[in-house]
Design a binder for this molecule. Structure first.
Ligand code: UD1
Length: 425
């Protein structure tokens, strides 16, 4: 009989119930690396980034920049950029794979005076519009229109000019777009209701080192005074707090003891407090923290919020932990409208979860059971990995290309901590 299902894709197999122990080194943050790489469109000489994670998304951003004519050499975790963009039109075939591609719009406009970027489209976790990015461009003096699936932005003879950008809603990406575009605009720009995420601050710090004039990073009001040009700069990408948080949950959920190194614990303040409330021991050091747990977690409600609140990017992973907690947990998602796609898969593993609109009620069970499950997006895949690490028996996780977008060397890192995990067809 004809086989209608493509079975020729890699999966992850995990035999659960091993306690994770040891030390794990956290990589550079994907969400910081992507906008930082886009700065190569406006820092045209001797721009060096280190601590770049090797991920499908960072490789894709590299391809997008190369296609725009940016030249660079990428060796291990370092990229040396030397030479700005040669064209102003981003490739649809590259942009369609990654929503963060919209981050090239502002720098491309600042560099070339015009930019043509395909609409990045929706995404599994929600509609994810780009109206705020467009508002940024218009406030800074661009003429923007849509044509055949492209956003086309252009500048008049006066170029970019500063303005007041008052976001009706906090957006990480649109705040980054505003910063990257305003640094080269004439005069002062005020960004009100700005995102305060560590990745936004990291982007701003790199620009300040390159000669940009920015104050208020990490607060809700950012002020930028435009400069004529940016200088060469050497910058190390901030550690990935979401990867660090995911490993912290891996330690808790397996009743293990893991030291998580090369991190900035301050970026995870609230999350680590929550983990303590669930009964885990958390010890904080300068560039690392350790998480250990001896017993079943205790339920603890969370609401996802913009930084410094509980990160939406750790909601799915936290739900895996609460699915085996003692008690009922309410998880409220306030950032994305469709971010519970891991729920039916966790239920396959034996979790008891009911969702209603943006809230999930999780009645903890004593044990999850290894199952065949399907990952629907990046953080949902990590949630299933965590569930499988704690479950009895073997789990088979499909759709793992999502994981490759955001977790560097995940299988190696988990194996080194004692997980029984392999990747195979
Ligand atoms: C970034 C992160 C993502 C994280 C998210 C929220 C990157 C590459 N990705 O995504 O991992 O989950 O922040 O912390 O850094 N919105 C609009 N109009 C816009 C832009 C956003 O309405 O033009 C809405 C979104 O639909 C969402 C909310 O604003 O409801 C926040 O999204 P945003 O902060 O922009 O997320 P991203 O920057 O795409």
């Amino acid at each position: 009989m004809k086989n209608f299902v493509n079975t020729d894709v890699e999966k992850i197999f995990i035999k659960g119930e091993n306690q994770l122990k040891g030390n794990v080194l956290i990589s550079g943050a994907k969400n910081a690396a992507l906008p930082l790489m886009a700065l190569s469109l406006i820092i045209n000489k001797d721009f060096r980034l280190s601590n770049i994670p090797d991920l499908a998304d960072t490789r894709l951003m590299g391809s997008l920049l190369a296609d725009l004519g940016v030249t660079f050499e990428w060796k291990n975790d370092c990229i040396n950029f030397d030479g700005g963009p040669k064209k102003d039109e981003a490739s649809y075939d590259l942009v369609k794979h990654m929503r963060a591609s919209i981050l090239v719009l502002g720098p491309l406009l600042a560099s070339k005076g015009s930019a043509k970027v395909p609409l990045p489209g929706g995404c599994a976790i929600g509609t994810r519009p780009i109206d705020l990015h467009v508002m940024v461009m218009e406030t800074l003096g661009a003429n923007v229109f849509y044509d055949s699936g492209f956003i086309i932005a252009s500048l008049g003879p006066d170029g970019l000019k500063g303005g007041v950008i008052n976001f009706p809603k906090i957006s990480v990406g649109a705040t980054e777009s505003a910063i990257m575009t305003a640094v080269l605009a004439k005069g002062e720009t005020k960004i009100l209701n700005a995102a305060q995420e560590p990745e936004v601050v990291d982007l701003g710090k790199c620009l300040v080192s390159a000669g940009a004039n920015i104050t208020g990073l990490g607060t809700k009001t950012i002020t930028i005074n435009g400069v004529e040009k940016l200088n060469s700069v050497n910058h190390s990408v901030v550690p990935d707090r979401i990867e660090a948080g995911s490993f912290a949950i891996a330690a808790s959920i397996t009743k293990g003891n893991v030291e998580i190194s090369n991190v900035r614990p301050i970026d995870l303040n609230l999350f680590l407090e929550v983990l303590r409330s669930t009964g885990s021991s958390v010890e904080i050091f300068e560039n690392s923290f350790s998480v250990s747990s001896l017993k079943r977690p205790i339920s603890h409600n969370i609401v996802t919020e913009c930084h410094p609140g509980f990160p939406t990017d750790l909601q799915a992973q936290y739900m895996a932990l609460m699915s085996i907690a003692d008690g009922i947990t309410i998880v409220k998602e306030t950032i994305f409208e469709n971010r519970f796609m891991h729920v039916p898969e966790l239920i396959r593993m034996g979790a008891k979860i009911v969702t209603k609109s943006q809230e999930a009620a999780i009645t903890g069970v004593k044990k999850l059971k290894g199952s065949k499950v399907m990952a629907s997006d990046l953080r949902a895949s990590m949630c299933l990995i965590l569930g499988a690490l704690a479950a009895s028996g073997t789990s088979e996780i499909d759709g793992i290309f999502h994981l490759d977008r955001g977790y560097e060397k995940l299988v190696d890192k988990l194996s080194n901590l004692g997980a029984n995990i392999r990747r195979s067809y």
